[in-house]
Ligand binder design. Structure first.
Ligand SMILES: [Zn+2]
Ligand SMILES: [Zn+2]
Length: 358
């Protein structure tokens, strides 16, 4: 599907650089996944901006349309290396230096030819109870995965063995490849698959891992989960994914969080919601009732004449905000307590009350 980058960015075809930048900033804030926006829309916005903010790319786009940019080979591979949005590790509040921020998060425009081999990401799940999601928690998780070989530290070469010039690339670290594209044949440089771009090889391969640099092993990793995290969000631990071998770069570990429901509390954004019941007389005359918060039990003062369903706000007893500090609130909805079984005295008192018409 050809994409209309002008439409995506909400600008006219003849828009100048300034208009494009302004519109992008506005929309990037609006569709930010961190603020509940759609990650795909956000990605499209970035893709459109990467092209329209670059004179050369923009004129190519005007001539050929987005097809010129959707081929991954040869044009920087927009959007490749997008590993989902973990929403935890990057502060997007400052959209001042757009290129750098988005570039580092989404891996746009990476130089394909020299990219280091990277291992796969690992995703695992951890379940927290409601209070742990408020307070934060640590978990030790065991993972069985590809890790750097313990003997050769992941290089694949026998320790102490001689290092030779790579025969495949003759030391350059690169091999050239002809790629057929929309614009004809294009020569692209790729990392030498034999030496992973180093230009050198060990004369003897590591006996322990047979030269792969990989050892499958179980690792125990301690994960600190911040308070305030919501069901479905993930904590990213860089470099704890699969090791690709031969001095490559390990992928990342994503710990997806599941939060169990609570018998009394519900969550709404950073607020905790609950119901409390007060005797009818307390609602009418005012008084105190005992309530539960995430910090334990406490007293809630009820003013005279409180109506059923009144919501009381207890400040700061909600979930912490992941960024920027502060806490949400606890919202207690107070309802009248209607007893089903009454003692003799209670029944007598109720009947007296009934006589008054209250
Ligand atoms: Zn080894
Ligand atoms: Zn090589």
């Amino acid at each position: 599907m050809p994409k209309d980058y002008y439409k995506i960015l909400g600008v006219e075809k003849g828009a100048n650089e300034d208009e494009i930048k302004k519109s992008f900033r506005r929309l990037a804030h609006e569709h930010h996944p961190d603020k509940g926006g759609d990650p795909q829309k956000f990605k499209d916005l970035n893709e459109a901006y990467q092209v329209l903010s670059d004179k050369e790319k923009r004129s190519r786009y005007d001539q050929f349309g987005s097809a010129a940019f959707e081929q991954s080979a040869g044009f920087g591979g927009y959007g490749q290396g997008f590993h989902g949005f973990d929403g935890m590790n990057v502060n997007f509040e400052d959209l001042g230096d757009l290129g750098d921020i988005f570039g580092s998060v989404f891996g746009f425009g990476g130089r394909q030819g020299t990219r280091q081999k990277r291992g796969a990401d690992i995703e695992t799940e951890v379940t927290l109870d409601f209070i742990e999601a408020v307070k934060g928690a640590t978990r030790n998780i065991k993972l069985y995965s590809n890790q750097p070989c313990s003997v050769c530290t992941g290089t694949g070469g026998e320790p102490g063995s001689k290092i030779d010039t790579c025969k495949t690339c003759k030391g350059s670290g690169q091999v050239t490849r002809a790629t057929r594209t929309f614009f004809g044949n294009i020569q692209t440089a790729a990392v030498c698959p034999e030496c992973q771009g180093k230009g050198q090889q060990y004369a003897q391969e590591c006996k322990h891992c047979h030269g792969t640099g990989i050892e499958k092993k179980t690792e125990e990793i301690q994960v600190a989960i911040p308070g305030g995290i919501d069901d479905g969000e993930a904590v990213k631990i860089a470099g704890k994914g699969e090791y690709p071998g031969s001095d490559g770069k390990s992928g990342d570990l994503y710990v997806r969080i599941r939060v169990k429901s609570h018998p009394e509390f519900k969550r709404e954004n950073q607020n905790v919601l609950s119901d409390a019941h007060a005797p009818y007389s307390t609602l009418v005359l005012g008084g105190e009732i005992e309530i539960q918060t995430v910090d334990g039990s406490g007293k809630l003062s009820i003013p005279e004449g409180t109506q059923p369903g009144t919501v009381f706000k207890i400040r700061g007893k909600g979930f912490p905000y992941l960024r920027g500090g502060g806490f949400g609130d606890h919202l207690v909805t107070v309802q009248p307590l209607v007893k089903k079984k009454l003692s003799k005295d209670e029944r007598k008192a109720m009947e007296e009350l009934k006589k008054t018409g209250l």
